[in-house]
Structure formats: C-alpha cells, structure tokens
Design a protein around this ligand. Structure first.
Ligand SMILES: Cc1cc2nc3c(=O)[nH]c(=O)nc-3n(C[C@H](O)[C@H](O)[C@H](O)COP(=O)(O)OP(=O)(O)OC[C@H]3O[C@@H](n4cnc5c(N)ncnc54)[C@H](O)[C@@H]3O)c2cc1C
Length: 438
C-alpha cells in the first residue's frame, strides 16, 4: 500500500527515537516515527498548565556535546539558552559558585579531607587502575575519604540529579568515569518552549525530508520473516495499518521491544539478559510557581544536606516565556530510597515537601502546579547507568535506542543522542554490505 512503505520505522518519539529518526532522514532514509502519545518528547516532553510550560521530565539539555552536534548535522534549530551561572551548591546557608574552583573549592569548603578526595578523583582521571571495580558504590568510595554528612549528601545529590539513583546504588566506577572522562553536562541550558521544543525541532527535520510522524498511534507488533523485521502492525485513528520497513528501531526500552517482536523470535539467553537488566530508576518532580522570587539562583541549585531534595531549577530567569508575566517557575526533584525497587510514594512526596519548606523560605506560599512520581514503566532512567543492555538485538535489522541501552557511564538525553549516532552509523554500514553477504 502506498503511504505505508518506509525505509525505516522508529517506534516512539522520545529523545532516543527522534535523534535516530533525524539522523536516518538526513542520511536519505524515508522514515516513519510512530508515537503513542499526542505529542513528541516522551519522558522529556512538556505540558501546559494554566499558561506555565511545565516539563514532564528532562529539564536541561547539554550544550556543546553530541546533542548540539546532532542538531547541527541534521540542520535542526537548537533553541537552548544557558543560564548566567549554570549550577550553584547550597552549603550551609550560602550558595557556592564552583565555576572556577571546581571540585577542589566545593570539597574543601565541605570538609578538611577535601584535598584527599580531590586527589582520588584526579587519580581516576589519569589512571584506569585507579577506577574501582563495579561492586563498590559511590557512597562507599566517598566513605574511604570522608565521614562528613555534607560530603556524602553532595555526592548523593549529584548521583540523584544525573543518574536518578542514590550514591549507595551507583557504582563508583560509573560516577568517576562520568565526571572525569565524559562531557558530564558541564554546559547546559533550558528550551524556552519547555523541553518539548527541542524534540519538535528534530521532528520537523524528519518531515521536511519526506518522513512522517504519526502521533496518537501505537505499534502493536513487529513481525519477523526469515529472521528480520519486515512489517509492523500499527493502530492509527482507530484503524489497523500494516507498515513495511527495511530497518526497525525501538525507543520503548528493550523489555517492551521483546513484547512487540514476540519472545519466540529471540533466544532465551537474550531474553534472560533483558529480564535481569530491566531495573528502572525512580524520581519525583514537584513543579511550583510564585510571584516573588523564591530561589535566588539563575540556573540549578544543588543541595548538600537534605532528606531527599537533590535540586531546584529556576526556569524564568533564563526563559521568562515559560510562565505568565510576573511569575517565577521552578522545579524541585528528589530520588526516593530505594530508587530501584518499591518505595512508599506518599511518604516520599511528604519528604520532598518537608525539604522544600526547610530550604526554600516562602515555599508554603507558592503555587504547586504538579507532582510527578516517575517510576516503573515511565522512569527517569530505564536502566541504572553501568547496567545497560546493548543497542544491538539478536535480530540484525532491529535496534534499541534510548536510556535503557546507554553507553557505559552516560545518562539522560545526552546518552540518547550518543546511542542514536552509534545505531545509525551501524545501520548505514550494514546497508553498504552487499545483500548476498548478509
Ligand atoms: C524528573 C526527570 C528529570 C530528568 N531530567 C533530565 C535532564 O534534565 N536532562 C536530561 O538529559 N535527562 C533528564 N531526564 C532523563 C530523560 O528524560 C530520559 O533519559 C529521556 O527522556 C529518555 O528518552 P527515551 O527516548 O529513552 O524514552 P521515552 O522518552 O520513554 O520515549 C519512548 C516513547 O515511546 C512511546 N511508546 C511506547 N510504546 C509505544 C508503542 N508501542 N508505539 C508507539 N509509541 C510508543 C512513548 O509514549 C514515548 O514517547 C529526566 C527524567 C526525569 C523523569
């Protein structure tokens, strides 16, 4: 049927799906993206509430790395504004700017053992042998240097902010690799339309190149013939449509991909890996607004000593259009204990509110716009960093992208951009192999 034959099918219009689709369309593939929701962006989208652009998940987009590079390569507009000072750390009742002094300044303010910790981080930067094994947690690694609650608190909140787990749940090797060898979100910004704006911009490049984005549509099944995905069953406008494709890329996470393909088409050892590594993290986000300025920082404020609160971000200093005139818009985030596994939602929300009352004077008079508990099938990270599945599958023309198949020690939308690049490079390399050699 005309209109239902595509070179590439991408299941899901989250960050991973759209980075992939934009690259494939740029490489000349006629690409279809199918998205269950009525908007793009998935867990990094935005919902309008009474004139406030409230982010559903991701709030900051990395600047200067693989994300911005992808936008430049595919010719998409990159409307991300960087705050005057990206991050401040709340130490005691001061907000510390570590832009110049870095780790040394932060840690020496928190503890007399600061220099030792800095040298531990420095050793990991230079020498692979100084990186601990996978079994040592970040909290235990920090504990070798310092017993200070403020130091442990700052490391916990960094792990929570970047990886959506506590420092007791994140391998120290991942933490150190990320902060000493990766781009590590050193530069980032907010999209004035809310984070959805960046995905709309990528989606526009797909349609401009003859691709299509079907919203409010769902892939029900991926069909395998002779060991390859050849067709998908899609529900669209209440109708069932068959879509044929040469290549299929799934952004719905490896476990859901297995469900779409049917377990019988995948070997048991792969299915077992998927079962073991299907360990989503959890995070709470509380969006609030006020007429008076409650948070005296232009970007993000990270905390050292809290029960749960890891950061508060101030959107409207940098992007006033995210709120109605005269209003300030903020989000506060926390990671529950445990972040992987079950927890008491009501108790965790209460702890986050209690932290906000303790650390943000005037919070009680603010307007709460929404509280989201992200977990299970809609998590902040589909896999704990360091425990990801590969993006390849046993089916040669089926790939996974997104934050369940991150490269080692990466996180969030940056990791989605990195995986999309690797997957598209491999798809293009495969296409160069003559059919008889496959
Ligand atoms: C509170 C919070 C704060 C965060 N902060 C940041 C941050 O500041 N910066 C950052 O980089 N990252 C951040 N993250 C992480 C980031 O949001 C995620 O890593 C990223 O959005 C994951 O994208 P994805 O493409 O892997 O998956 P998803 O966004 O889940 O995309 C998958 C899409 O597939 C769709 N779908 C599912 N099944 C089907 C089907 N059968 N057919 C069709 N469509 C289907 C879904 O509706 C969804 O839209 C945050 C996350 C949370 C929750």
């Amino acid at each position: 049927m005309p209109g239902t034959q595509f070179d590439a099918l991408v299941v899901g219009a989250g960050a991973g799906g759209l980075f992939t689709a934009a690259r494939l369309a740029h490489a000349g593939y006629r690409t279809l993206v199918v998205e269950r929701l009525d908007k793009v962006g998935g867990r990094a989208s935005t919902t309008e509430i009474d004139g406030f652009r409230v982010n559903d998940g991701a709030i900051v987009i990395e600047v200067g790395g693989i994300t911005e590079e992808t936008f430049a390569e595919v010719g998409a507009q990159f409307d991300v504004r960087t705050p005057a000072v990206p991050v401040l750390y709340r130490v005691g009742n001061k907000n510390l700017d570590v832009t110049r002094g870095g780790w040394g300044m932060l840690l020496s303010t928190l503890t007399r053992q600061g220099a030792k910790l800095v040298s531990g981080i420095g050793a990991a930067r230079k020498d692979d042998d100084a990186l601990p094994g996978e079994e040592l947690s970040t909290a235990d690694w920090v504990g070798r240097y310092s017993r200070s609650a403020a130091v442990q608190g700052v490391f916990r909140n960094m792990c929570a902010s970047v990886f959506a787990v506590g420092s007791e749940e994140l391998p120290a090797r991942v933490f150190l690799t990320y902060f000493t060898r990766k781009s590590a979100f050193k530069r980032f910004g907010f999209c004035p339309d809310g984070t959805i704006g960046v995905w709309e911009s990528l989606a526009a490049t797909v349609t401009a190149r003859g691709g299509e984005i079907w919203l409010s549509s769902q892939v029900e099944a991926l069909h395998v013939t002779d060991g390859r995905v050849t067709e998908a069953t899609v529900t669209r406008d209440g109708e069932t449509v068959g879509v044929t494709c040469d290549v299929a890329v799934s952004d719905v996470g490896p476990a859901a991909t297995v469900g779409l393909v049917g377990a019988e088409h995948l070997p048991e050892d792969y299915r077992e890996q998927v079962r073991i590594k299907d360990r989503p993290c959890s995070m709470l986000a509380l969006n609030f607004a006020s007429r008076e300025r409650l948070v005296d920082v232009p970007g993000m404020l990270l905390f050292s000593v809290t029960e749960r609160l890891c950061y508060v971000a101030n959107f409207t200093d940098t992007c006033p259009e995210m709120a109605p005139p005269g209003w300030n818009l903020y989000v506060a985030a926390s990671v529950p204990k445990p972040a992987v596994g079950d927890f008491d939602e009501a108790a965790e929300i209460a702890l986050l509110r209690a932290d906000l009352r303790a650390h943000i004077p005037g919070f009680d008079g603010a307007r709460e716009l929404s509280v989201a508990v992200m977990r299970d099938g809609w998590p902040p990270q589909r896999a704990v960093a360091g425990h990801d599945l590969p993006h390849t599958t046993p089916i040669p023309n089926l790939w996974n992208v997104g934050d369940g198949v991150k490269e080692y020690a990466n996180g969030g939308t940056t990791a989605c951009a990195e995986t999309a690049k690797l997957v598209v490079e491999q798809i293009l390399a495969d296409a160069r192999v003559p059919a008889e050699a496959k």
